[in-house]
Design a protein around this ligand. Structure first.
Ligand code: PLP
Length: 363
């Protein structure tokens, strides 16, 4: 069996060209006589890899000069603690609950200060997004947290809220783990964005934090030094050893994204892929997606078979057709197709063709 179409939610599909290049460079990077994973993070070879990756990412996402880009470790879940340790000063925070990931962030935030709920879509089974006009944000809020794309429930903010128009001066914190680099970011609305790399940027082990400079330097005294944004920023993400190999691979992904037209082109491709799949689901009598149309994720598409007794047969047939990792998250059930940047439209076409055939056999 050759390479399959891989619909995993994360760690997830990588661009084949990147894997090929990494394979070519595995034993001897650019005549250095070393693999990247054998290099000192303080040597000139790795510093050049790091600086290129940072510059490419800044250009790709159009990150303004007054934001720092930090390459950290610990994943999205560690940031659920690291963000309040750096931003809350022990005060109150407001969370918008739109699915499993924002719920987790809210729960963890409560260890470090008063974690309030500004709005929740729980009554809708997390198939909608609460309108920002309805959010209850305290005047003393240190920050407002949202999850830009709920990887498990499949809802996505297609526009970031403008907190200023809600009369709120607090910074917006966005968990963009599962849609980072799938679309452009309106940085004027963001204070801090974080995400693990393993959905859309590269291998697990790297966590990206992009933070406005004025929010750095306010960590609580008991914040671990390695997680203090000021120490991380002042040391170019090398206060301690960064995840060097993951940074290198992410850097190759950034170059691949630039070569393929950057965010504007990527966004158009992602819209086309998502539309193909949602249109098929909406016209099917076997499959159903339950998310409100205006907040459906372009990255993670959960769907159900109306006859759930066919789930195992569906997955077995998909696997035989080289369509992998379509099983839904256990908390939601059903199926989920994650269609990140590195999933070509041919993969979505193959999935739809398989689903159409499977539906025919169910009549
Ligand atoms: C995957 C994911 C996380 C958790 O990331 P880890 O790297 O496993 O800590 C957090 N938030 C979102 C939105 C995710 O998709």
């Amino acid at each position: 069996m050759g390479r399959a179409f891989n619909f995993s939610a994360g760690p997830a599909v990588m661009p084949e060209a990147v894997l090929q290049q990494a394979a070519t460079e595995m034993l001897d990077w650019h005549g250095s006589g070393m693999s990247v994973m054998e290099m000192s993070h303080r040597g000139k070879e790795f510093i050049s890899i790091y600086e290129q990756a940072e510059a490419d990412l800044r250009e790709l996402l159009a990150v303004p000069a007054h934001f720092k880009i930090l390459f950290m470790q610990g994943g999205g879940l560690a940031e659920n603690a690291i963000v309040p340790l750096n931003l809350s000063q022990g005060g109150a925070m407001d969370f918008v609950l739109t699915g499993s990931w924002s719920q987790k962030s809210h729960k963890e935030g409560g260890k470090y200060g008063a974690a309030r709920v500004a709005a929740t879509a729980q009554a809708d089974g997390f198939t909608t997004l609460p309108s920002p006009a309805t959010w209850q944000i305290g005047a003393d809020s240190r920050y407002v947290h949202i999850c830009g794309n709920e990887t498990i429930h499949g809802v996505e903010f297609h526009e970031l809220p403008d907190l200023k128009t809600l009369g709120c001066d607090a910074p917006l914190v966005v968990d963009f783990s599962s849609h980072v680099a799938s679309r452009s970011v309106n940085w004027s609305r963001v204070g801090l964005a974080f995400g693990g790399a393993q959905k859309n940027l590269g291998p697990a082990g790297l966590t990206l934090v992009i933070v406005r400079e004025d929010l750095i330097g306010h960590a609580m005294p008991h914040c671990p030094s390695a997680f203090d944004y000021k120490l991380v920023a002042d040391n170019q993400s090398m206060y301690n050893t960064p995840p060097t190999y993951s940074i290198y691979i992410a850097g190759l992904v950034f170059q691949w994204l630039k070569k393929n037209g950057g965010m504007a082109a990527m966004e158009q491709r992602n819209i086309a892929k998502a539309q193909l799949l949602y249109d098929f689901l909406d016209n099917s009598s076997l499959y159903v997606n339950k998310v409100a149309k205006d907040c459906r994720s372009r990255m993670n598409v959960p769907f159900f078979l109306r006859d759930e007794s066919r789930n195992e047969a569906f997955l077995a047939g998909a696997k035989a057709a080289n369509l992998l990792q379509l099983k839904g998250h256990k908390s939601v059930g059903g199926m989920r197709a994650s269609i990140y940047n590195a999933m070509p439209i041919e993969g979505v076409q193959a999935l739809v063709a398989y689903m159409r055939e499977f539906e025919k056999t169910q009549a």
